[in-house]
Each structure stands twice: as structure tokens, then as C-alpha cells.
Design a protein around this ligand. Structure first.
Ligand code: SF4
Length: 164
């Protein structure tokens, strides 16, 4: 049985980011996995009803875990509290992963939703800090292993480990 992987849609070339752009990482291995029907391509923010383009948003007062616990908020660059929409995005990512049997995820780092190693610091000054976005945090809390795009070699190794 092939291990299934939830993948951020922007990594697969879909122009779904807040700025209307993608963050394409399409490589031979991703194309190969797609042909093997391993990939579940998903954009949590679009699934939650956000439009493209949209205002950028950042976590304020904590990271993804704190936001899931109601101890941090997600604000857009106009200062509007969009926490509920981003929390919905996180739950929809988890449901999509679980419904399709994904035990691994490859997600765009730096995003308040998909980030798994770093997020922006909430000051809208382009400064990152260690932390997770809300979807990555919720996926990990539920046992799904999340890899950032620069951890693709580790993800390849993990799949080989799981399938040998
Ligand atoms: S929510 Fe995730 S998949 Fe959607 S644009 Fe942001 S980083 Fe990409």
C-alpha cells in the first residue's frame, strides 16, 4: 500500500497563496508520487472559504498550538481578527488528511496555516520565528507527520522506511 501524503496546493503550482502566486516545488519525485496517486493536494485556506488574492495574515500572541487553544489570534494586515476562518482551515486540513488516509504531509513553511518550522512574528515586518501554523499544529497533534518543503529528502527517506 502506497503511503499517502497531504500536500499544500501552492507547492504543486496552484496560484492559491494570499498574493495570487504559487510556491511551486514540482520536482521529479513529486511528479512521480502524483502518478502513483499518493498525493492529496489541498489548500486549507481556500477550503475554509478565503479568496485569492487575500490580505496576508499572521499569528499574534503565540503559534499554532496557542491559537488552537484560544491563546493566540490570527490577524490580517488590516488588523481584522480572522482566527475562526483559519481554525476552520486547520480542521478541514485534518479532515481531508484523515478521510484520504494520509499519514504524512508536505506543507509550505512560513504560512500561518501550513508552516511547520517557522511562522511570521505577527508584526507584518517580514520577520520569521520558530513555530507552526494552525493546520500543521493540528495535523501533528493528531499523529500526522508534517514536513516543510526544504525537508523533502527527509520525507523521501521516511516513505522508504515505511514501505520496506
Ligand atoms: S494555506 Fe497552505 S496551501 Fe494554501 S496557499 Fe497558504 S501555504 Fe499554500
Amino acid at each position: 500500500m502506497k503511503t499517502k501524503i497531504l500536500v499544500s496546493a501552492c507547492l504543486m503550482g496552484f496560484k492559491v497563496r494570499y498574493n495570487g502566486q504559487d510556491k511551486s516545488l514540482i520536482t521529479e519525485v513529486l511528479e512521480h508520487w502524483q502518478r502513483e496517486h499518493r498525493l492529496v493536494i489541498h489548500c486549507p485556506e481556500l477550503a475554509a472559504g478565503l479568496a485569492t488574492p487575500r490580505l496576508p495574515a499572521e499569528l499574534v500572541g503565540g503559534g499554532g498550538i496557542a491559537a488552537l487553544q484560544g491563546e493566540a489570534r490570527i490577524l490580517d494586515s488590516d488588523g481584522k481578527d480572522v482566527s475562526q476562518t483559519y481554525l476552520l482551515a486547520a480542521w478541514l486540513a485534518l479532515k481531508t488528511a484523515q478521510d484520504s488516509g494520509c499519514r504524512l504531509a508536505l506543507m509550505t513553511d512560513g504560512s500561518p496555516t501550513c508552516g511547520s518550522k517557522k511562522i511570521y512574528n505577527g508584526a507584518f515586518q517580514g520577520i520569521t520565528q520558530s513555530g507552526m501554523g494552525v493546520a500543521a499544529a493540528l495535523l501533528r497533534h493528531n499523529g500526522i507527520e508534517v514536513y516543510a518543503e526544504d525537508e523533502l529528502p527527509a520525507l523521501i527517506a521516511r516513505i522508504e522506511e515505511l514501505e520496506t
